[in-house]
Design a protein around this ligand. Structure first.
Ligand code: HEM
Length: 484
Protein backbone atom coordinates (compact mmCIF):
# COMPACT_ATOMS: atom_id res chain seq x y z
CA UNK A 1 0.00 0.00 0.00
CA UNK A 2 2.77 2.41 1.06
CA UNK A 3 4.74 1.47 -2.05
CA UNK A 4 1.68 2.18 -4.21
CA UNK A 5 1.15 5.60 -2.59
CA UNK A 6 4.82 6.51 -2.97
CA UNK A 7 4.72 5.32 -6.59
CA UNK A 8 1.61 7.38 -7.29
CA UNK A 9 3.20 10.41 -5.61
CA UNK A 10 6.32 10.07 -7.75
CA UNK A 11 4.17 9.71 -10.87
CA UNK A 12 2.16 12.82 -10.00
CA UNK A 13 5.31 14.80 -9.24
CA UNK A 14 6.81 13.63 -12.54
CA UNK A 15 3.67 14.74 -14.43
CA UNK A 16 3.68 18.05 -12.60
CA UNK A 17 7.32 18.59 -13.53
CA UNK A 18 6.76 17.50 -17.14
CA UNK A 19 3.73 19.76 -17.68
CA UNK A 20 4.82 22.58 -15.32
CA UNK A 21 4.98 25.35 -17.90
CA UNK A 22 1.75 24.26 -19.58
CA UNK A 23 0.04 24.39 -16.19
CA UNK A 24 1.57 27.73 -15.17
CA UNK A 25 1.24 29.57 -18.50
CA UNK A 26 -1.04 27.77 -20.94
CA UNK A 27 -3.90 26.87 -18.58
CA UNK A 28 -4.56 30.43 -17.34
CA UNK A 29 -4.19 31.83 -20.87
CA UNK A 30 -6.63 29.22 -22.21
CA UNK A 31 -9.32 30.03 -19.66
CA UNK A 32 -8.83 33.78 -19.72
CA UNK A 33 -11.74 35.38 -21.57
CA UNK A 34 -10.46 38.18 -23.74
CA UNK A 35 -11.61 40.68 -26.30
CA UNK A 36 -9.13 39.50 -28.90
CA UNK A 37 -10.31 39.69 -32.48
CA UNK A 38 -11.92 43.09 -32.78
CA UNK A 39 -13.80 43.61 -29.54
CA UNK A 40 -15.85 40.39 -29.44
CA UNK A 41 -15.26 37.99 -26.56
CA UNK A 42 -13.00 35.17 -27.65
CA UNK A 43 -12.34 31.73 -26.29
CA UNK A 44 -10.02 30.59 -29.07
CA UNK A 45 -7.66 27.82 -27.92
CA UNK A 46 -3.91 28.29 -27.74
CA UNK A 47 -1.93 26.80 -30.62
CA UNK A 48 -0.90 23.19 -29.93
CA UNK A 49 2.55 22.47 -28.52
CA UNK A 50 4.49 21.58 -25.44
CA UNK A 51 6.04 24.10 -23.05
CA UNK A 52 8.54 21.91 -21.26
CA UNK A 53 10.05 21.82 -17.80
CA UNK A 54 10.09 24.64 -15.21
CA UNK A 55 12.33 27.58 -16.26
CA UNK A 56 14.18 25.70 -19.03
CA UNK A 57 11.07 24.97 -21.09
CA UNK A 58 12.02 23.34 -24.40
CA UNK A 59 15.58 24.72 -24.38
CA UNK A 60 17.25 21.26 -24.31
CA UNK A 61 15.12 20.15 -27.24
CA UNK A 62 15.97 23.36 -29.12
CA UNK A 63 19.71 22.88 -28.49
CA UNK A 64 19.44 19.23 -29.45
CA UNK A 65 18.17 20.18 -32.93
CA UNK A 66 20.42 23.22 -33.39
CA UNK A 67 23.66 21.95 -31.88
CA UNK A 68 23.71 18.16 -31.89
CA UNK A 69 21.41 17.06 -34.69
CA UNK A 70 22.50 19.90 -36.99
CA UNK A 71 18.97 20.32 -38.36
CA UNK A 72 17.32 23.41 -36.87
CA UNK A 73 14.31 23.19 -39.15
CA UNK A 74 13.58 19.66 -37.95
CA UNK A 75 12.60 21.29 -34.64
CA UNK A 76 9.62 22.66 -36.56
CA UNK A 77 9.18 19.57 -38.74
CA UNK A 78 8.81 17.47 -35.57
CA UNK A 79 6.03 19.78 -34.36
CA UNK A 80 4.35 19.71 -37.77
CA UNK A 81 4.44 15.92 -37.78
CA UNK A 82 2.98 15.75 -34.26
CA UNK A 83 0.38 18.54 -34.31
CA UNK A 84 -0.28 19.21 -38.02
CA UNK A 85 -0.05 22.52 -39.91
CA UNK A 86 -2.11 24.59 -37.42
CA UNK A 87 -1.80 27.77 -39.51
CA UNK A 88 1.92 27.86 -38.71
CA UNK A 89 1.56 28.45 -34.94
CA UNK A 90 2.88 26.33 -32.04
CA UNK A 91 3.21 27.11 -28.38
CA UNK A 92 6.46 26.55 -26.54
CA UNK A 93 8.69 27.99 -23.79
CA UNK A 94 12.12 29.14 -24.93
CA UNK A 95 14.79 31.60 -23.73
CA UNK A 96 13.06 31.94 -20.36
CA UNK A 97 9.66 32.98 -21.71
CA UNK A 98 6.36 31.43 -22.82
CA UNK A 99 6.31 31.78 -26.57
CA UNK A 100 4.37 31.23 -29.78
CA UNK A 101 6.42 30.00 -32.73
CA UNK A 102 5.20 31.48 -36.02
CA UNK A 103 6.49 29.61 -39.05
CA UNK A 104 4.20 30.12 -42.05
CA UNK A 105 4.63 33.02 -44.52
CA UNK A 106 1.05 34.22 -44.01
CA UNK A 107 1.25 34.14 -40.21
CA UNK A 108 4.62 35.94 -40.18
CA UNK A 109 3.28 38.59 -42.54
CA UNK A 110 0.35 39.03 -40.14
CA UNK A 111 2.76 39.54 -37.20
CA UNK A 112 5.16 41.89 -39.02
CA UNK A 113 2.35 44.07 -40.29
CA UNK A 114 0.72 44.57 -36.91
CA UNK A 115 3.14 46.63 -34.86
CA UNK A 116 0.22 47.67 -32.64
CA UNK A 117 -0.21 44.07 -31.49
CA UNK A 118 3.32 42.72 -31.83
CA UNK A 119 6.05 45.02 -30.63
CA UNK A 120 9.75 44.70 -31.26
CA UNK A 121 11.24 44.43 -27.80
CA UNK A 122 15.00 44.21 -27.58
CA UNK A 123 16.08 42.58 -24.34
CA UNK A 124 19.22 44.70 -24.36
CA UNK A 125 18.15 48.30 -24.89
CA UNK A 126 20.78 49.37 -22.34
CA UNK A 127 23.42 48.03 -24.72
CA UNK A 128 22.15 49.35 -28.06
CA UNK A 129 20.90 52.64 -26.62
CA UNK A 130 17.45 53.88 -25.65
CA UNK A 131 17.10 56.18 -28.66
CA UNK A 132 18.39 53.76 -31.26
CA UNK A 133 16.05 52.74 -34.08
CA UNK A 134 15.50 49.25 -32.67
CA UNK A 135 14.47 50.63 -29.26
CA UNK A 136 11.96 53.31 -30.23
CA UNK A 137 8.34 52.96 -31.30
CA UNK A 138 5.49 54.83 -32.99
CA UNK A 139 6.23 58.36 -34.17
CA UNK A 140 9.79 58.36 -32.79
CA UNK A 141 10.50 55.23 -34.82
CA UNK A 142 9.03 56.75 -38.01
CA UNK A 143 11.08 59.93 -37.51
CA UNK A 144 14.43 58.28 -36.74
CA UNK A 145 13.93 55.59 -39.38
CA UNK A 146 13.28 58.18 -42.10
CA UNK A 147 16.66 59.76 -41.29
CA UNK A 148 18.62 56.53 -40.84
CA UNK A 149 17.52 55.03 -44.18
CA UNK A 150 18.66 58.19 -45.95
CA UNK A 151 22.19 57.45 -44.75
CA UNK A 152 22.18 53.69 -45.31
CA UNK A 153 19.71 52.58 -47.91
CA UNK A 154 18.89 55.23 -50.49
CA UNK A 155 20.55 55.67 -53.91
CA UNK A 156 22.73 58.69 -53.00
CA UNK A 157 24.04 57.00 -49.87
CA UNK A 158 24.65 53.77 -51.77
CA UNK A 159 26.63 55.61 -54.47
CA UNK A 160 28.84 57.19 -51.83
CA UNK A 161 29.28 53.98 -49.84
CA UNK A 162 30.11 51.97 -53.00
CA UNK A 163 33.06 54.32 -53.56
CA UNK A 164 34.17 54.20 -49.94
CA UNK A 165 34.17 50.41 -49.44
CA UNK A 166 36.08 49.35 -52.54
CA UNK A 167 39.67 50.32 -51.68
CA UNK A 168 39.54 48.08 -48.60
CA UNK A 169 37.84 45.19 -50.41
CA UNK A 170 40.47 45.32 -53.17
CA UNK A 171 43.28 45.57 -50.61
CA UNK A 172 41.87 42.71 -48.53
CA UNK A 173 41.68 40.39 -51.55
CA UNK A 174 45.27 41.25 -52.53
CA UNK A 175 46.39 40.45 -48.96
CA UNK A 176 44.47 37.17 -48.94
CA UNK A 177 46.14 36.09 -52.18
CA UNK A 178 49.56 36.93 -50.73
CA UNK A 179 48.83 34.78 -47.67
CA UNK A 180 47.57 31.95 -49.90
CA UNK A 181 45.43 30.29 -47.23
CA UNK A 182 42.91 32.19 -45.12
CA UNK A 183 39.87 31.70 -42.89
CA UNK A 184 37.01 33.28 -44.83
CA UNK A 185 34.94 34.04 -41.73
CA UNK A 186 37.70 35.98 -39.93
CA UNK A 187 38.88 37.84 -43.00
CA UNK A 188 35.34 38.78 -44.10
CA UNK A 189 34.73 40.18 -40.60
CA UNK A 190 37.98 42.13 -40.70
CA UNK A 191 37.34 43.83 -44.04
CA UNK A 192 33.68 44.51 -43.15
CA UNK A 193 34.68 46.20 -39.88
CA UNK A 194 37.40 48.25 -41.58
CA UNK A 195 34.75 49.47 -43.99
CA UNK A 196 32.31 50.20 -41.18
CA UNK A 197 35.02 52.28 -39.46
CA UNK A 198 35.56 54.15 -42.69
CA UNK A 199 32.07 54.91 -43.95
CA UNK A 200 30.38 55.22 -40.57
CA UNK A 201 32.85 57.50 -38.78
CA UNK A 202 35.99 57.88 -40.94
CA UNK A 203 38.21 55.92 -38.54
CA UNK A 204 41.22 54.39 -40.29
CA UNK A 205 42.41 50.83 -39.56
CA UNK A 206 44.69 50.87 -36.48
CA UNK A 207 44.59 50.76 -32.70
CA UNK A 208 41.37 52.73 -32.26
CA UNK A 209 39.47 50.53 -34.71
CA UNK A 210 40.84 47.36 -33.07
CA UNK A 211 39.65 48.66 -29.70
CA UNK A 212 36.19 49.35 -31.15
CA UNK A 213 36.08 45.86 -32.68
CA UNK A 214 36.74 44.31 -29.25
CA UNK A 215 34.12 46.56 -27.65
CA UNK A 216 31.51 45.48 -30.19
CA UNK A 217 32.40 41.81 -29.66
CA UNK A 218 31.72 42.39 -25.94
CA UNK A 219 28.41 44.13 -26.68
CA UNK A 220 27.19 41.37 -29.01
CA UNK A 221 28.00 38.73 -26.37
CA UNK A 222 25.99 40.74 -23.86
CA UNK A 223 23.03 41.07 -26.22
CA UNK A 224 22.94 37.27 -26.50
CA UNK A 225 23.31 36.69 -22.76
CA UNK A 226 20.81 36.71 -19.91
CA UNK A 227 20.20 40.39 -18.97
CA UNK A 228 21.61 40.38 -15.42
CA UNK A 229 23.70 43.46 -14.75
CA UNK A 230 26.07 42.09 -12.09
CA UNK A 231 29.87 42.25 -12.15
CA UNK A 232 31.26 39.15 -13.85
CA UNK A 233 28.29 38.65 -16.19
CA UNK A 234 28.51 39.03 -19.99
CA UNK A 235 25.68 41.57 -19.78
CA UNK A 236 27.57 43.75 -17.29
CA UNK A 237 30.71 43.55 -19.43
CA UNK A 238 28.65 44.57 -22.49
CA UNK A 239 27.39 47.67 -20.73
CA UNK A 240 30.96 48.66 -19.84
CA UNK A 241 31.95 48.08 -23.50
CA UNK A 242 29.04 50.28 -24.63
CA UNK A 243 30.18 53.13 -22.35
CA UNK A 244 33.67 53.04 -23.88
CA UNK A 245 32.35 52.82 -27.45
CA UNK A 246 29.96 55.72 -26.81
CA UNK A 247 32.88 57.81 -25.48
CA UNK A 248 34.88 57.12 -28.67
CA UNK A 249 31.91 58.00 -30.92
CA UNK A 250 31.13 61.13 -28.91
CA UNK A 251 34.73 62.28 -29.36
CA UNK A 252 34.45 61.66 -33.11
CA UNK A 253 31.15 63.55 -33.17
CA UNK A 254 32.77 66.55 -31.46
CA UNK A 255 35.55 66.49 -34.06
CA UNK A 256 32.97 66.44 -36.86
CA UNK A 257 31.09 69.34 -35.29
CA UNK A 258 34.14 71.47 -34.55
CA UNK A 259 34.91 71.58 -38.23
CA UNK A 260 38.21 69.75 -37.87
CA UNK A 261 36.71 67.17 -40.17
CA UNK A 262 38.36 66.79 -43.52
CA UNK A 263 36.31 66.85 -46.72
CA UNK A 264 36.26 63.05 -46.54
CA UNK A 265 34.72 62.82 -43.09
CA UNK A 266 31.95 65.16 -44.17
CA UNK A 267 30.61 62.35 -46.30
CA UNK A 268 30.40 59.64 -43.68
CA UNK A 269 27.33 58.19 -42.02
CA UNK A 270 27.87 60.09 -38.76
CA UNK A 271 27.95 63.33 -40.69
CA UNK A 272 24.73 62.39 -42.48
CA UNK A 273 22.96 61.58 -39.20
CA UNK A 274 24.19 64.84 -37.62
CA UNK A 275 23.07 67.09 -40.42
CA UNK A 276 19.84 65.61 -41.77
CA UNK A 277 16.58 67.27 -40.71
CA UNK A 278 13.21 65.65 -40.14
CA UNK A 279 9.94 66.98 -41.63
CA UNK A 280 9.76 69.65 -38.94
CA UNK A 281 13.33 70.76 -39.59
CA UNK A 282 14.63 69.13 -36.38
CA UNK A 283 18.02 67.41 -36.28
CA UNK A 284 18.90 64.33 -34.25
CA UNK A 285 20.44 65.04 -30.83
CA UNK A 286 24.01 63.86 -30.09
CA UNK A 287 22.65 60.97 -28.03
CA UNK A 288 20.37 59.92 -30.90
CA UNK A 289 23.26 60.05 -33.39
CA UNK A 290 25.57 57.98 -31.18
CA UNK A 291 22.90 55.44 -30.17
CA UNK A 292 22.05 54.90 -33.82
CA UNK A 293 25.66 54.50 -34.87
CA UNK A 294 26.02 51.82 -32.17
CA UNK A 295 22.88 49.95 -33.23
CA UNK A 296 23.74 50.21 -36.93
CA UNK A 297 27.12 48.60 -36.26
CA UNK A 298 25.41 45.84 -34.25
CA UNK A 299 22.83 45.28 -37.03
CA UNK A 300 25.17 45.57 -40.01
CA UNK A 301 28.53 44.12 -38.96
CA UNK A 302 28.06 40.41 -38.45
CA UNK A 303 25.15 40.11 -40.90
CA UNK A 304 27.19 41.58 -43.77
CA UNK A 305 30.40 39.68 -43.00
CA UNK A 306 28.56 36.37 -42.71
CA UNK A 307 26.86 36.97 -46.08
CA UNK A 308 30.26 37.69 -47.66
CA UNK A 309 31.63 34.50 -46.09
CA UNK A 310 28.75 32.49 -47.60
CA UNK A 311 29.40 34.02 -51.04
CA UNK A 312 32.98 32.70 -50.81
CA UNK A 313 31.68 29.30 -49.77
CA UNK A 314 28.90 28.79 -52.31
CA UNK A 315 30.81 30.18 -55.27
CA UNK A 316 33.69 27.82 -54.50
CA UNK A 317 31.17 24.96 -54.64
CA UNK A 318 29.53 26.10 -57.88
CA UNK A 319 32.21 26.98 -60.52
CA UNK A 320 29.54 27.23 -63.23
CA UNK A 321 28.04 30.19 -61.32
CA UNK A 322 31.48 31.85 -61.21
CA UNK A 323 31.81 31.52 -64.99
CA UNK A 324 28.42 33.18 -65.54
CA UNK A 325 29.37 35.95 -63.12
CA UNK A 326 32.72 36.54 -64.86
CA UNK A 327 30.93 36.88 -68.17
CA UNK A 328 28.49 39.38 -66.73
CA UNK A 329 31.13 41.39 -64.87
CA UNK A 330 33.46 41.64 -67.86
CA UNK A 331 30.75 43.84 -69.41
CA UNK A 332 31.38 46.55 -66.80
CA UNK A 333 35.06 46.15 -66.09
CA UNK A 334 37.79 43.71 -67.01
CA UNK A 335 40.21 43.97 -64.11
CA UNK A 336 39.33 42.96 -60.54
CA UNK A 337 41.19 45.99 -59.14
CA UNK A 338 39.14 48.63 -60.98
CA UNK A 339 36.31 50.27 -59.06
CA UNK A 340 32.66 49.97 -60.03
CA UNK A 341 29.73 52.22 -59.14
CA UNK A 342 26.51 51.23 -57.43
CA UNK A 343 24.72 52.12 -60.68
CA UNK A 344 26.93 49.60 -62.55
CA UNK A 345 26.08 46.96 -59.97
CA UNK A 346 22.31 47.56 -60.19
CA UNK A 347 22.41 46.61 -63.88
CA UNK A 348 23.89 43.14 -63.25
CA UNK A 349 20.87 40.85 -63.27
CA UNK A 350 22.63 37.55 -62.72
CA UNK A 351 24.70 39.00 -59.86
CA UNK A 352 21.49 40.23 -58.22
CA UNK A 353 20.20 36.64 -58.29
CA UNK A 354 23.46 35.27 -56.86
CA UNK A 355 23.32 37.81 -54.01
CA UNK A 356 19.69 36.97 -53.23
CA UNK A 357 20.40 33.25 -53.26
CA UNK A 358 23.44 33.71 -50.99
CA UNK A 359 21.46 35.75 -48.48
CA UNK A 360 18.54 33.28 -48.58
CA UNK A 361 20.77 30.35 -47.71
CA UNK A 362 22.88 32.32 -45.19
CA UNK A 363 19.78 32.75 -43.00
CA UNK A 364 21.58 35.30 -40.87
CA UNK A 365 18.43 36.31 -39.01
CA UNK A 366 16.91 32.86 -38.42
CA UNK A 367 14.34 33.92 -35.85
CA UNK A 368 12.92 37.43 -35.36
CA UNK A 369 11.43 38.26 -31.97
CA UNK A 370 8.33 40.21 -31.01
CA UNK A 371 6.25 40.60 -27.81
CA UNK A 372 2.42 40.28 -27.98
CA UNK A 373 0.97 43.52 -26.58
CA UNK A 374 -2.62 42.19 -26.63
CA UNK A 375 -4.42 38.87 -26.83
CA UNK A 376 -4.66 38.32 -30.57
CA UNK A 377 -6.64 35.68 -32.49
CA UNK A 378 -5.19 34.25 -35.70
CA UNK A 379 -6.82 31.48 -37.76
CA UNK A 380 -8.81 30.25 -34.76
CA UNK A 381 -5.90 30.28 -32.28
CA UNK A 382 -5.06 32.69 -29.48
CA UNK A 383 -1.67 34.42 -29.19
CA UNK A 384 -1.70 35.49 -25.53
CA UNK A 385 -0.76 38.98 -24.37
CA UNK A 386 2.76 39.23 -22.89
CA UNK A 387 4.09 36.10 -24.62
CA UNK A 388 7.13 36.17 -26.88
CA UNK A 389 6.38 35.70 -30.57
CA UNK A 390 9.17 33.91 -32.45
CA UNK A 391 8.95 34.53 -36.18
CA UNK A 392 10.86 31.50 -37.42
CA UNK A 393 11.59 32.91 -40.86
CA UNK A 394 14.44 30.53 -41.73
CA UNK A 395 11.81 27.79 -41.99
CA UNK A 396 10.26 29.50 -45.06
CA UNK A 397 13.63 29.61 -46.79
CA UNK A 398 14.32 25.90 -46.35
CA UNK A 399 10.78 24.62 -46.90
CA UNK A 400 10.41 22.73 -50.23
CA UNK A 401 6.84 24.06 -50.43
CA UNK A 402 8.37 27.52 -51.00
CA UNK A 403 11.71 26.79 -52.68
CA UNK A 404 12.23 23.68 -54.81
CA UNK A 405 15.25 21.67 -53.63
CA UNK A 406 15.72 24.38 -51.00
CA UNK A 407 19.27 23.60 -49.85
CA UNK A 408 20.67 23.72 -53.37
CA UNK A 409 22.44 26.99 -54.29
CA UNK A 410 20.59 27.86 -57.47
CA UNK A 411 20.63 31.56 -58.50
CA UNK A 412 18.41 30.73 -61.48
CA UNK A 413 15.47 30.08 -59.15
CA UNK A 414 15.26 33.89 -58.98
CA UNK A 415 14.24 33.99 -62.65
CA UNK A 416 10.77 33.87 -61.09
CA UNK A 417 9.77 35.87 -58.02
CA UNK A 418 9.42 33.75 -54.87
CA UNK A 419 5.96 32.82 -53.54
CA UNK A 420 4.43 35.86 -51.79
CA UNK A 421 5.76 36.18 -48.23
CA UNK A 422 8.11 33.20 -48.49
CA UNK A 423 11.31 35.31 -48.59
CA UNK A 424 11.72 37.21 -45.34
CA UNK A 425 15.47 37.37 -44.76
CA UNK A 426 15.14 41.08 -43.98
CA UNK A 427 11.96 40.79 -41.87
CA UNK A 428 8.90 42.75 -42.93
CA UNK A 429 6.47 45.53 -42.13
CA UNK A 430 7.63 48.80 -40.62
CA UNK A 431 10.71 47.13 -39.10
CA UNK A 432 12.06 45.69 -42.33
CA UNK A 433 15.87 45.90 -42.37
CA UNK A 434 17.01 49.51 -42.73
CA UNK A 435 20.22 48.38 -44.45
CA UNK A 436 18.93 45.73 -46.86
CA UNK A 437 20.07 47.50 -50.04
CA UNK A 438 23.40 48.34 -48.44
CA UNK A 439 23.96 44.69 -47.47
CA UNK A 440 23.11 43.51 -50.99
CA UNK A 441 25.40 46.15 -52.52
CA UNK A 442 28.38 45.17 -50.38
CA UNK A 443 28.01 41.48 -51.20
CA UNK A 444 27.71 42.31 -54.93
CA UNK A 445 30.80 44.55 -54.87
CA UNK A 446 32.78 41.87 -53.07
CA UNK A 447 31.68 39.28 -55.65
CA UNK A 448 32.73 41.62 -58.45
CA UNK A 449 36.31 41.96 -57.26
CA UNK A 450 36.54 38.32 -56.23
CA UNK A 451 35.44 36.67 -59.47
CA UNK A 452 37.27 39.10 -61.73
CA UNK A 453 40.63 38.78 -60.04
CA UNK A 454 40.93 35.52 -58.09
CA UNK A 455 40.48 31.77 -58.03
CA UNK A 456 40.03 29.85 -54.81
CA UNK A 457 38.91 26.54 -53.38
CA UNK A 458 37.60 25.26 -50.06
CA UNK A 459 40.14 23.39 -47.96
CA UNK A 460 37.36 21.35 -46.31
CA UNK A 461 34.49 21.17 -48.80
CA UNK A 462 32.65 18.68 -46.57
CA UNK A 463 32.97 20.60 -43.31
CA UNK A 464 29.85 20.33 -41.14
CA UNK A 465 27.74 23.35 -40.22
CA UNK A 466 27.19 25.13 -36.91
CA UNK A 467 23.86 26.90 -36.42
CA UNK A 468 24.43 28.94 -33.27
CA UNK A 469 24.79 31.83 -32.85
CA UNK A 470 24.83 31.97 -36.67
CA UNK A 471 24.83 29.40 -39.41
CA UNK A 472 28.40 28.87 -40.62
CA UNK A 473 30.73 26.04 -41.70
CA UNK A 474 32.59 24.59 -38.70
CA UNK A 475 36.01 25.29 -40.26
CA UNK A 476 35.23 29.02 -40.70
CA UNK A 477 35.47 28.61 -44.53
CA UNK A 478 39.17 27.91 -44.87
CA UNK A 479 40.25 28.56 -48.47
CA UNK A 480 43.32 28.56 -50.70
CA UNK A 481 43.24 31.69 -52.83
CA UNK A 482 45.45 33.15 -55.56
CA UNK A 483 45.38 35.89 -58.17
CA UNK A 484 44.27 34.78 -61.65
C1 HEM B 1 22.60 40.39 -45.11
C2 HEM B 1 22.65 41.30 -44.16
C3 HEM B 1 21.50 41.66 -43.28
C4 HEM B 1 20.43 40.90 -42.88
C5 HEM B 1 20.11 39.45 -43.24
C6 HEM B 1 19.61 41.74 -42.03
C7 HEM B 1 18.42 41.33 -41.45
C8 HEM B 1 17.60 42.16 -40.71
C9 HEM B 1 16.32 41.77 -40.17
C10 HEM B 1 15.69 40.39 -40.33
C11 HEM B 1 15.80 42.84 -39.53
C12 HEM B 1 14.42 42.95 -38.92
C13 HEM B 1 14.46 42.75 -37.45
C14 HEM B 1 13.08 42.88 -36.87
O1 HEM B 1 12.07 42.96 -37.57
O2 HEM B 1 13.03 42.83 -35.67
C15 HEM B 1 16.75 43.91 -39.62
C16 HEM B 1 16.57 45.16 -39.07
C17 HEM B 1 17.51 46.17 -39.15
N1 HEM B 1 18.67 46.15 -39.89
FE1 HEM B 1 19.38 44.61 -40.98
N2 HEM B 1 20.19 42.98 -41.93
C18 HEM B 1 21.33 42.98 -42.68
C19 HEM B 1 22.20 44.03 -42.87
C20 HEM B 1 22.05 45.29 -42.33
C21 HEM B 1 22.94 46.41 -42.55
C22 HEM B 1 24.18 46.40 -43.45
C23 HEM B 1 22.46 47.45 -41.81
C24 HEM B 1 22.98 48.85 -41.68
C25 HEM B 1 24.24 49.17 -41.63
C26 HEM B 1 21.25 47.00 -41.13
C27 HEM B 1 20.48 47.77 -40.30
C28 HEM B 1 19.29 47.36 -39.72
C29 HEM B 1 18.50 48.20 -38.83
C30 HEM B 1 18.86 49.61 -38.38
C31 HEM B 1 17.38 47.45 -38.48
C32 HEM B 1 16.24 47.89 -37.55
C33 HEM B 1 15.10 48.48 -38.38
C34 HEM B 1 13.97 49.01 -37.54
O3 HEM B 1 13.80 48.59 -36.39
O4 HEM B 1 13.24 49.86 -38.08
N3 HEM B 1 21.04 45.68 -41.47
N4 HEM B 1 17.84 43.48 -40.36
Amino acid sequence: MVVAIVGLGILLLGCLFYYWNDIIYALPATFRCSSAGGGRRSRAPLPPGYMGFPFIGEMFNFLYYFKFLGGPDDFINAKRAKYGGTGGLYRTHLFGSPAIIVCSPAANKFVFQSEANFQLEWPAVEIVGKSSLVAVHGESHTRIRSLVVKTTNQPDALRRIAEMVQPRIVHALQTWAKKGRILGYHEAKKVTFENIGNYFVSIEPGTQLDVLDKLFAGMVKGIRSFPINLPGTAYHHAIQCRKKAVAIFQEELDKHRDGFASQKTRNDLMDGLMNLKDEEGKQLSDVEVVDNIVSLVVAGYESTSISIMWALYYLAKYPSVIRKLQEEHSSICTNGDQYVTSDDIQKLQYTTKVVEETIRLANTASIIFRKARNDVDYKGFRIPKGWTVMCWVRYHHTDPENFEDPLCFNPDRWNEPPKPGSYMVFGGGSRICAGNMLARLQVAIFIHHLVQGYEWELVNPNAGLAYLPHQKPLDGVEINIRKI
